[in-house]
Design a protein around this ligand. Structure first.
Ligand code: ATP
Length: 244
């Protein structure tokens, strides 16, 4: 296991329910692409799928395997295999200082204090941010907090990095810089977004709608279709009517 050929994300008839309501149903997906995109409108189930893939939630039905591993059951393997970046860095950051935040993930992986210190220094240097080590996180901008989260996750060297709309609320230069850092990182990406522009570089795209995969294809074909459908829905929808 573990070689390039063995690498697959595999979802078989995945279902997830909250209080008897299906948030995801019959999600079947298999992909070995290096850069996977999941596109879907608000409430389609994207964040839930991201958390299931990261092993943070247990499926109600069906099966998830990432590189052959059940990440919900095997948390040790999960910490080596997958990292996740959320929309809001405040949901991710626990510690008051940059260096502590980065070292924490490495300690969680079972590294010694000295190894965590070394790994933290290495990732800060690779981003040209060695001087951030003792900086208070509360003094950073939103984009800088995103960068701290990215460094903390990449320091753990995940084989797969899940991006749950990490660019929401960031301006264009910050998005471009973070995007550049990500392209440089040696990890597979699974990028989730409702924003077609975020997903143009994906090798393979899945369209999630009301908790189901409704289309799969190349970004160049699927994104214009998605955009046209979103515009069509926007012209029809009554936003006050969402509690159906
Ligand atoms: N813990 C929960 N309790 C109640 N409802 C939930 C829970 N988790 C998800 N849901 C519901 O499941 C649906 C999908 O939510 P999810 O956050 O996965 O969608 P999303 O596609 O990420 O949405 P957005 O783009 O708005 O972030 C929503 O209707 C949401 O209200």
């Amino acid at each position: 296991m573990g070689g390039e050929a063995a690498w697959t994300i595999q979802l078989d008839d995945l279902g997830y329910e909250v209080a008897g309501r299906a948030v995801l149903s019959g999600v079947t997906l298999r992909s070995s692409s290096r850069h996977i995109g999941i596109v879907g409108r608000n409430g389609s189930g994207k964040s839930t799928l991201a958390r299931l893939l990261a092993g943070l939630l247990a499926p109600s039905s069906g099966r998830i395997r990432v590189a052959g591993i059940d990440l919900f059951r095997d948390r040790r393997a999960a910490l080596r295999t997958v990292g996740i970046l959320f929309q809001n860095p405040e949901h991710q950051i626990i510690f008051p200082r940059v260096g502590e935040e980065i070292a924490f993930g490495l300690r969680q992986q079972g590294r010694s204090r000295a190894e965590a210190e070394e790994g933290c220094g290495a990732v800060l240097r690779s981003f040209d941010k060695a001087h951030w080590k003792d900086a208070p996180i509360s003094a950073l901008s939103q984009g800088q907090k995103h960068l701290v989260c990215m460094m903390a996750v990449l320091a753990m060297r995940p084989r797969l990095l899940i991006l749950d709309e990490p660019y929401a609320g960031l301006d264009i230069p910050t998005r471009r810089q973070l995007g550049r850092y990500l392209r440089r990182a040696d990890t597979r990406l699974l990028h989730i977004s409702h924003e077609p522009g975020d997903l143009a570089e994906c090798d393979e795209l899945f369209w999630l709608d009301r908790g189901r995969i409704v289309a799969r294809g190349e970004a160049a074909h699927l994104l214009p279709e998605f955009r046209a459908e979103m515009i069509r829905l926007g012209d029809l929808d009554d936003i006050a009517d969402f509690a159906d």
